[in-house]
Design a binder for this molecule. Structure first.
Ligand SMILES: [Zn+2]
Length: 73
């Protein structure tokens, strides 16, 4: 199967990571994590901007597991 030439480029590029600072693009370090709301919310701090950013990593693992258990019954 022949693929269009843009195919390889589209997937080679590194996707922007959630852990990259939205302002300067540098790697941030995790300072806090909370899954109380059912979402995997993590607080990252950018040492460069001296700012903290709360990132939503999606549904928390415990919520996924409890939902999966519930659907089995
Ligand atoms: Zn930054």
């Amino acid at each position: 199967m022949k693929r269009p030439s843009w195919f390889k480029w589209k997937f080679r590029r590194k996707p922007p990571a959630l852990t990259d600072c939205p302002k300067c693009g540098k790697d941030m370090r995790m300072v806090d994590k909370s899954t109380m709301s059912g979402n995997d919310m993590r607080t990252y701090r950018c040492d460069d901007c001296q700012e903290e950013h709360i990132m939503n990593f999606g549904t928390a693992l415990w919520k996924v597991l409890s939902d999966a258990r519930g659907s089995d019954e």
